[in-house]
Every structure is written in structure tokens, then in C-alpha cells.
Design a protein around this ligand. Structure first.
Ligand code: PEP
Length: 266
């Protein structure tokens, strides 16, 4: 899809009735927001009721999983498989920083999950992000090193893509989410997000021998209807991953509308 993507990560929020109402409201609004793909990622137990609430759903509205397993079935207590949401969820968030922090998710697991998504015809949205803000102006060399080693963002990408072929990169989305910006109200600036995405782009282009057009990078971290313009104006970004603001109908629809207008040049 050439359009930007706005993904709403509802996390472990909303009651069943709230989720259904919100999905219905977004669905009705999405009809009028043309130039953007909108993905709703409810708690997995709500996927089917949310699908029902989107029955007359416009073509640009999709469902996504907040997490996936790397196997189709088996003895994995408490986990939902992609087969259980076959033909329902087109996208899956993989390796969110909260999964890495609270559930010990590693780059190796992310690689298995991303592979399984592609094998299941689901687009993985691989999350990457740094713990502490980069200072590229004063410490370019050492900050680049920080990206390439340990838990650095380029290392996260390298290891997360270990099971993906070069020809498959265009089927993967990356969500660049600085951890210090998630849920804090302290978003990155558009320029900062764009600069880091530019570094990520160049890394992918060189390492996987792909073109700019095959790379999709979203920004996530305290995006709301007030700061969204900063991000959607950046040429290195292809959309947004939204947490807190995605469960407020007016905020989320406004974010989608502004993204659509910016990218369609209106
Ligand atoms: C997220 O958790 O992916 C996220 C971007 O959250 P928030 O928008 O609340 O910072």
C-alpha cells in the first residue's frame, strides 16, 4: 500500500462494550479518511467482536494483533496463534518494548515471530527503540556505535530480520519507538524521529540491498492530535503507531485525518 499507515495499539485497555463502541465509531469515520490505512489492534479476546462492530468496514480499515506466537498450535499456555485469527488480522505488532520488558521477549523470538507472520500472510510491525535519547549532534560516532551494539536499534533490526530474505523486506513494517517517549507525554520531535529513521533506512538499504520504496517505518511515542503534524510531514516516515491516543475516538480520528491530509497534499 502506498498510503501511510496509522496503527492503534489498544493494549490491555477497554471493556468489551467500550471496544465495540470505539470500533464502530472509528469504522464510520474511516469511510471519510481516504488516504491512510488504519489498523486497530485490540486485546486478542476482543478481535472477533471488534470485527463484528466493523461489519460495513471501509477498505482502508484493518485489524491487527498486539502480539503473536511463532507456532501454529501446541502447548503454549495463554497464547493466541495467528491461525485463530486467520483472514481477520492482516497486521501484527511484534517485539513491542512492553513485551521485551515484561515478558523477556528477545530479538531471536522477534525473528521467529516475524518469520511466522510472513508465512501466515500477516504483515509484521517490528518495534525497535532506544532506552535513552540519542545525542547525534555532540556524540555522533559513539551514538552510532550504541545503535550497532548490545540492545541498540540497528542490532535489534539485524537480529530481528535474521530469518527474512532481502526480497521480503517490503512486506515488513518497522515501528521506531524511542522507549523514553512511550506513554510519557514526552514525544520525540519530528526532526529527531526523522533523523533516526534516516539512519535506519540507510542501514536497511545497505545491508539488505533494497530501495527506499521497499522500506516502511512508522514512528511511535506519545503521538496525539496536537503533535501529529510534526511526524507526518517527515519524508522518512510512513505512518504512526499510536498507544494512549488510539483509545480516544476524537483524538485517533483526528490523527488519521491529519495524516491523510498531509500525505495527500491537501
Ligand atoms: C506504544 O505503546 O506503542 C505507544 C506508542 O504508546 P503511546 O502513544 O501511548 O506513547
Amino acid at each position: 500500500m502506498d498510503y501511510p499507515l496509522v496503527v492503534g495499539n489498544w493494549k490491555m485497555n477497554l471493556s468489551l462494550s467500550e471496544a465495540v463502541v470505539l470500533a464502530g465509531q472509528i469504522s464510520r469515520n474511516a469511510e471519510y479518511i481516504k488516504h491512510v490505512g488504519i489498523v486497530l489492534a485490540p486485546a486478542s479476546v476482543f478481535v472477533y467482536p471488534v470485527l463484528d462492530a466493523m461489519r460495513t468496514r471501509p477498505k482502508n480499515l484493518f485489524l491487527g494483533m498486539q502480539n503473536v506466537m511463532w507456532e501454529a498450535e501446541g502447548s503454549y499456555t495463554g497464547v493466541v496463534s495467528l491461525g485463530m485469527v486467520k483472514n481477520v488480522c492482516k497486521y501484527a505488532i511484534v517485539g513491542h518494548s512492553e513485551r521485551r520488558k515484561y515478558f523477556g521477549e528477545t530479538n531471536e523470538m522477534v525473528a521467529d515471530k516475524a518469520r511466522f507472520c510472513l508465512d501466515s500472510n500477516v504483515t509484521p510491525i517490528i518495534c525497535i527503540g532506544e532506552q535513552e535519547k540519542f545525542n547525534l549532534e555532540d556524540h555522533f560516532e559513539s551514538e552510532m556505535k550504541r545503535m550497532k551494539t548490545g540492545g541498540g536499534i540497528l542490532k535489534q533490526i539485524e537480529e530481528s530480520l535474521s530469518k527474512i530474505k532481502n526480497s521480503e523486506i517490503d512486506k515488513v513494517y518497522f515501528a521506531y519507538e524511542p522507549i523514553w517517549a512511550i506513554g510519557t507525554g514526552n514525544s520525540a520531535t519530528g526532526i529527531y524521529a526523522s533523523a533516526i529513521s534516516y539512519i535506519v533506512r540507510n542501514y536497511l538499504k545497505e545491508k539488505f540491498k533494497v530501495d527506499d520504496g521497499q522500506i516502511h517505518i512508522l514512528y511511535g511515542g506519545s503521538v496525539d492530535e496536537k503533535n501529529v503534524r510534526e511526524f507526518v510531514m517527515q519524508p522518512n516516515l510512513n505512518g504512526l503507531l499510536v498507544g494512549g491516543a488510539s483509545i480516544k475516538v476524537n483524538s485517533f480520528c483526528e490523527i488519521c485525518k491529519i495524516t491523510s491530509e498531509a500525505k495527500s497534499g491537501k
